[in-house]
Design a protein around this ligand. Structure first.
Ligand code: AMP
Length: 558
């Protein structure tokens, strides 16, 4: 049996040449190893090369372009204007990327600002005035700020185009051109895109110089290499992930489960939380000394622990004969890793079980895994507290039957005799059942109710795949929505009732069909069902609101 585990040598991130404070930060965040795209993209970016990266989300590409930016900020002195600009297609991504940059750059005191449409302009202007190092922006809003000269790009040394294909799909090509031409020509440029359509290549040819090209592949898995595994995903809001896992484990009662987390910190937290719920979990990660890992593996192999919580790195090469379940408490980075993980069960013709606990925003990633593997992942309903209670009662019943069948009860006969001398025999039996059930953990608290998340119909793309709600996105239960931009806002005296009234009168769409209304200084945004969007736009175009003729179109900022 071969067990190759990563040993505690120099961190993989240090080897890439990153500033030691960043390496320390990543260790602190529990990142064990760079992902393939990080390994390939970080060194050329640190050296100042332009780069074309073909990679989808979930590969760790945000850190791949953020860390080199932070590395160079760590080396620069007092800055007044933004030195890095990251362009992204949607406001959600702007927030997410800005959050990641701030997280990684925390020890450097880096100032990051997401700027996107739909949010108040003045707040963004005040933040820009105070001084920002890294701007993460949607192209439309970046251009707005440039026109008002509240965003100055003459000190920019790095531009990242993230999800370039999405930005082009959304009609941002001209905006991107305008933004790039306002930055110094000697800047470094990195372009990331899931696809390399000719128009993406054209941008690269025009704006990048001697770019290093990297491609993180996702070739379909040959059918013969796929393990025989029953795959189920439980989709719950983030705060219910642990409760959901607890219930699923209770229902499945795995003989031996390997539970995967993305980081060391997540392994430690989950191990502790599971222990608090009465399980006997053991943790395994690269931050542990070799003898501690050996002890954990001995316990797990001997069946003294039935849950092993591990990172991908620590579990590499691990071969456990009696493993029945693989659990993804976090989705892995990259689809190949999903296949590696679930390949741990279902060996030698036995059917294994793979369980994934996912957040609603990860449904797109689940779809991508299905497409990649050609296998279906069922959506499971997290067992209710009542179901679990029933199951536990059933197990106690089975245990009683087995104990009776096994005999050897004579040691208790005298005790029973003396008890029935004073008590009703049925009461004695019931009390004994109660004690037995409790001793088996039958009366544990199942925790809070877990709200059901309805899955989008198959074939429909989820918000993570798609910039919501421009092309009609799924937003929890309910219809697909489209966001409509209307060219009048507070400045024109527009109130929500004006919009509801106009949409009802002109388009015949009742108020209850309008899902949200946002009124900013100069414009308004209204979410309506996707299938009514075109009609609403046509009906509103040219209509007068508060005396002002308005135009309506699909919102570009998503
Ligand atoms: P991305 O593909 O950039 O959207 O990243 C996906 C997720 O993986 C994010 O939650 C990151 O925090 C996380 N992540 C990125 N790189 C690593 C790494 N090397 N180790 C562990 N987690 C990572």
């Amino acid at each position: 049996m071969v067990e190759t585990m990563a040993t505690e040598t120099e961190s993989g991130f240090a080897k890439l040449g990153l500033d030691s404070r960043l390496v320390e930060r990543l260790t602190g965040l529990g990142y064990e190893e760079p992902t393939p795209i990080q390994r390939e993209a970080i060194p050329p970016l640190i050296e100042g090369h332009d780069l074309i990266g073909r990679a989808a989300t979930g590969t760790g590409k945000t850190a791949a372009f953020s860390l080199p930016i932070l590395h160079s900020l760590a080396r620069s002195t007092a800055r007044t204007k933004p030195t890095s600009l990251i362009l992204v297609p949607t406001r959600e991504l702007a927030m997410q990327v800005a959050e990641s940059v701030a997280k990684y750059g925390q020890p450097l005191g880096v100032r990051v600002l997401p700027i996107y449409g739909g949010a108040p302009m003045d707040q963004q202007i005040r933040a820009l005035d105070r001084g920002i190092d890294v701007v993460v922006a949607t192209p439309g809003r970046a251009l707005d700020h440039m026109r008002r000269t509240t965003l100055k790009l003459d000190a920019v040394t790095v531009v990242v185009l993230d999800e370039a294909d999405e930005m082009l799909d959304m009609g941002f090509a001209e905006d991107i051109e305008a933004i790039l031409s306002a930055t110094p020509t000697e800047r470094q440029t990195a372009l990331f895109s899931a696809t390399m359509a000719p128009r993406i290549k054209a941008i690269a040819v025009k704006h990048l110089k001697n770019a290093t090209e990297i491609h993180v592949t996702r070739d379909p898995v040959p059918a013969g290499e796929l393990p025989k595994v029953r795959q189920t995903a439980y989709v719950v809001q983030r705060q219910y992930k642990l409760a959901a896992l607890g219930r699923v484990l209770d229902a499945e009662a795995p003989a031996a489960a390997l539970i995967f987390c993305k980081t060391r910190s997540e392994v430690d937290e989950l191990t502790e939380a599971l222990a608090g719920r009465g399980y006997r979990p053991e943790a395994l990660h690269g931050g542990m000394a070799q003898d501690a890992r050996d002890r954990v593996m001995r316990l797990f192999r001997a069946g003294q622990a039935n849950l092993l919580v591990a990172t991908d790195v620590a579990a590499r090469g691990l071969d456990v004969e009696h493993l029945t379940h693989v659990v993804n408490f976090s989705l892995p980075l990259g689809i190949e890793n999903y296949v590696h993980r679930i390949g741990r069960v279902g060996r030698a013709g036995r059917e294994g079980v793979a369980i994934t606990v996912a957040e609603p925003r990860e449904q797109g990633a689940l779809r991508a895994i299905e497409r990649h593997t050609g296998q279906r992942i069922e959506y499971g309903q997290v067992p209710t507290a009542a179901t679990l209670r029933e199951k536990r009662l059933e197990r106690t019943k089975v245990a009683i039957r087995e104990t009776v069948a096994a005999g050897e009860l004579d040691a208790f006969r005298a005790m029973f005799g003396s008890l029935v001398g004073e008590l009703d025999p049925t009461d004695v039996a019931l009390a004994a059942l109660k004690l037995a059930h409790r001793a088996r953990g039958g009366d544990i608290d199942d925790g809070p109710d877990i709200p059901v998340v309805t899955a989008p119909p198959r074939g429909e793309r989820s918000p993570r795949d798609l910039p919501p709600p421009r092309r009609g996105a799924f937003r929890g239960p309910g219809p697909r929505l489209a966001r409509i931009f209307i060219s009048a806002g507070r400045e024109a005296g527009i109130m929500p009732r004006d919009l509801v009234g106009a949409i009802a009168n002109e388009a015949g769409l009742p108020g209850r069909e309008i899902h949200s209304i946002e009124i900013t200084e100069r414009f308004s945004l209204v979410d309506v069902p996707e299938d009514a969007a075109e009609h609403v736009i046509e009906s509103l175009n040219g209509v007068r609101l508060r005396g002002r003729r308005v135009s309506a179109r699909r919102d570009r900022q998503g």
